[in-house]
Design a protein around this ligand. Structure first.
Ligand code: CMP
Length: 138
């Protein structure tokens, strides 16, 4: 069935001028862009977004990093969207990312790993509505 996932191009990839290449890869892989914008969030908003990681040792650094520059959040639609998108972006640690994945091509480190992808349908909905209202999704 066709469903949705949520992604954001992270500050490192936006800063490096890799947004266009990444969006091209996403569309070439068959994802339809439902919503897209460029924005910057505060450390507190990043804390809300990543609340599931609150207890993890990397939480504070992650929230600082995610608020350090502009990001490009998107809602995407495709058959099997969540799983297929995680395949396209590759492993969280770029050292483990397979050839041809977005993180293999553009990520620099575990933290500055170019792009986020939701890990479940439920989180895709929660994360998408964090950034986009109903009238911003087509
Ligand atoms: P993301 O898919 O956006 O979800 C949480 C983010 O935390 C992850 O990508 C990484 O960028 C970041 N992170 C930093 N350190 C770690 C770690 N040790 N394990 C998992 N994620 C980490």
């Amino acid at each position: 069935p066709t469903n949705k996932t949520f992604t954001m191009i992270k500050p490192d990839a936006v800063k490096d001028g890799n947004s266009g290449s990444i969006i091209q890869m996403i569309e070439a892989a068959g994802f339809r862009i439902v919503a897209l914008k460029k924005t910057q969030i505060s450390q507190q908003q990043a804390g809300q977004f990543y609340a599931v990681h609150e207890e993890r040792p990397f939480y504070e650094a992650l929230c600082k990093y995610m608020s350090s520059g502009p990001i490009i959040p998107m809602i995407l639609e495709k058959e099997n969207a969540v799983a297929d998108f995680r395949k396209l972006i590759g492993a969280t640690n770029p050292a483990n990312a397979e050839d041809g994945t977005i993180r293999k091509l553009f990520a620099k480190s575990m933290e500055a790993n170019a792009i986020h992808g939701s890990d479940s349908d439920e989180n895709a909905t929660i994360e998408g509505s964090f950034f986009f209202s109903g009238t911003e999704q087509y």
